[in-house]
Design a protein around this ligand. Sequence first.
Ligand code: SF4
Length: 279
Amino acid sequence: MKLLISKNLGFCVGVNRAYKLALKTAASGEPVYILGYLVHNQKVIDELGSKGVKTIKNLSEIPKSATGYLIISAHGLPPETYAKAEKTGLKIVDTTCPWVKKPQELAKMLVGEGYHVVIVGDKNHSEVIGIVGWAGGKAQVVENVKDLKKVEFHDKMAVLAQTTQSAANFDAVVNALVSKTNELKMYNTICEATNSMQRSAQDTAKRSEIMFVIGDKKSANTKRLKELCEETGAKTYQIESAADLDMSLTKGFDVVGLTAGASTPESVIEEVVNKLKGS
Ligand code: SF4
């Protein structure tokens, strides 16, 4: 069996930065809280937890007398939550990825200029919730062209992408939006790391008969990688770790491909590679 490993896989630049900042903060010895998941990967959350970093879902979980640090995840926050975070009195460590800041700033600016802002993405994802917040709650989120039924005609419209969107889905929405406005401004805010990871995953999938995509079920970019690999015709499975890998699935295949989402740590990738290689 031949194993093809995608050229770009695992921690992207933004996740790596957030992870390193979190480890550095944990080493301070002071209490550390993270609002929401630092990244969508349970192994990373558990590792940080073992170093005393507490992941919280809501700022109200922070005791009134608390001291120490509050980390903001790579996915960013709406401005009103950011303001509340500052009021906790904790020292803020903002790991919002620069690629996420871009659509946040654009959304704010475009709403201010009177554009109806459409975001192509998952409305329940923390990154998108943050961008909508920067648009003052006025942006409309669509997942794909099927969702465009609910978009009404607006004189001026602008369209942005969740950073982990696939270029093909974003382009399809942009093309369909043309008929719903007199003026359409398009900003492709898909991040470069996502672009190159998706391209190399598809390239690997095209040369493989069966494909494994490693990543947490909550990870948006991992889900997208799986969809893109499936589009090539390769039988594709998403696994969270080596424990999930059922080796019987590889029986009868000569070429097995592998990729991993941007929030998958190297240690998890290594374990899967070793299991596939039978070592
Ligand atoms: S996937 Fe892109 S936007 Fe998201 S953290 Fe990584 S580099 Fe930043």
